[in-house]
Design a protein around this ligand. Sequence first.
Ligand code: AMP
Ligand code: ZN
Length: 396
Amino acid sequence: MQTITIIPQVGIPDHLIGEVKSKLAYVDEAIIKAQIDESGREIKLELRHPMEETSLKHLEEKVQQVVSTMTQGAIQPKIQVLEDNMAVLTPYCNDPTEELIQQCELHGETAGVFTLGPMLTRLIEFFEENFITLAASFEAKPYRFPTLIPARYLERVNYFRAFPHSLTFATHLREDLDAIDHFAQHAACDESGHLNQPPESFAKIQTLLSPAVCYHLYFSLADKPLPGGKMVATAVGNCFRYEAINLTSLERLWNFTMREIIFIGDKDFVLENREISRQRMARAFKDIGLAYRVETANDPFFIGEFRKQAAFQSAFQLKYEIRARLPFKESTLAVGSYNYHQDFFGRHLNITLPDGSPVHTGCTAFGLERMAYAFLCQYGTDFKQWPDVVREYVYG
Ligand code: AMP
Ligand code: ZN
């Protein structure tokens, strides 16, 4: 192992330290830990193995490039807080992860991939019941979407450009008897769990693991007028976002589940319903006793797209995040979001309103594992400490 310090040519402003840090995870496979000091003037990287001088120089260039691309000309977004319930008193102040592992409630399969036990499952069902009630209040139509998504779909909505770093690809063995035979005879995993097979054995990539739920609905409506000019739908699904060394505990998963309520129609219809869903959830979160706030936010766009897209999202208030308090580290975690995509999907996928103009879309999205994790960070694993509504649902 080797630790190196890099002094960025441009200082990293406070509001970008977290964003830049999360992107350092993708700079080089050798990086196993990245830290930026509070002043934004020093980057420390832990490397898997010592590196030669030329490789180190190249690594430093890549780091400098990340910092300058993300920070030069960046304007600090004005964060607007729409709800502040951070002062709700909650009894617990630790990270429940170790306890959950000991209680066999949590089992890590590989980085960012976990199985959940009966208590966590019931807890997620409790939150799901709240979200399904919210969906029912809009008479949302239920949908089921596949886990795979065609590469062509994501290409059509510029996903490759915006979020290349977090993609997960699906493939299979080529339809070739020699390749399949070779695999059957020789496939084995090394100590790190990597398959020893040559890339030529695998077919070209046509599908990926889906990074979001609502995309599937937009694609099913593509290239035609939207019947009736508006709709509300809901679905829950597996989502995949590869987050490299940022994959720690239940906070950040490679494979997670999301419940979405999706609004499609004209601008007013989407914005009004996004707002109504926020207000209805505010009441539900109050009953549950969650400490959180809702504030304007941006998506984690990749380096080249970050500055422009993040500024655009925040200027037009396209994303509000529900950020639950994590008392043990005095920070917050996004457990859900209220999104407005303007007519982005309507334009790119040619979905039209009765007057021929593109539809507007929006979605309310909840991360189910994060919801349960944030709750346990605030209330602990001892159900006697839990709010009555939650305890009664989970334990009857
Ligand atoms: P987004 O579409 O990025 O706003 O995601 C919606 C919700 O999904 C977030 O608020 C999180 O609760 C959850 N989520 C997103 N990425 C992850 C992840 N890597 N691990 C766990 N939950 C996630
Ligand atoms: Zn969505």
